[in-house]
Unconditional design. Structure first.
Length: 174
């Protein structure tokens, strides 16, 4: 299960990087697209800080969109997730941890449950960001995991080996 999550987060980092490149390539990316992408990163930063027991883990959510901040956080998360999985003990996924959410409520969850949540949350808001970008005229490559796998699972920040579909409008199906 550890390798499943490690692979899933490598894909997640790649998809984040592809979307970031598309937003950065746009002259003026739609504000809603940047805001939704920034929310992906706010969530990932917060949850990894909580899991790792950092003192003040809750990032402020839905702050003013800032593409440079998104770039910086994307690079930070690349390093953070690789570090996390490199140091995760085999039984670490089953470990419970306690945290206080942004509303001040206290919870205890398992690491594996939260990692699954992070992946799903990131996928939801990355999709929203891509949708807003496409609606605003930004060309966004397909971000599906299967394309990442077919391209040889390229590292985040590295261009894929072969061209993939680029959507300029919402696809109806794959």
């Amino acid at each position: 299960m550890r390798e499943f999550f490690r692979t899933s987060f490598r894909y997640n980092a790649w998809a984040n990087g592809i979307l970031l490149k598309a937003l950065e390539a746009a002259r003026t990316p739609p504000e809603k697209a940047v805001a939704a992408y920034q929310h992906v990163l706010e969530g990932e930063r917060t949850w990894f800080a909580r899991i790792m027991g950092e003192r003040s883990p809750n990032a402020p959510f839905w702050t003013a969109p800032d593409l440079q901040r998104c770039h910086d956080w994307t690079m930070e998360l690349l390093a953070r997730t690789e570090y996390f999985f490199a140091h995760l003990e085999p039984s670490g996924l089953e470990r419970g941890f306690s945290y206080t959410n942004s509303k001040g409520d206290r919870f205890t969850d398992r690491v594996d449950t939260v990692l699954a949540h992070v992946l799903l949350h990131s996928t939801q808001y990355r999709g929203e960001s891509a949708g807003f970008a496409i609606a605003g005229g930004v060309a966004v490559p397909d971000l599906d995991m299967i394309f990442w796998l077919r391209d040889g699972s390229p590292e985040a920040g590295r261009d894929p080996k072969s061209p993939r579909p680029v959507f300029r409008r919402q696809p109806l199906s794959h």
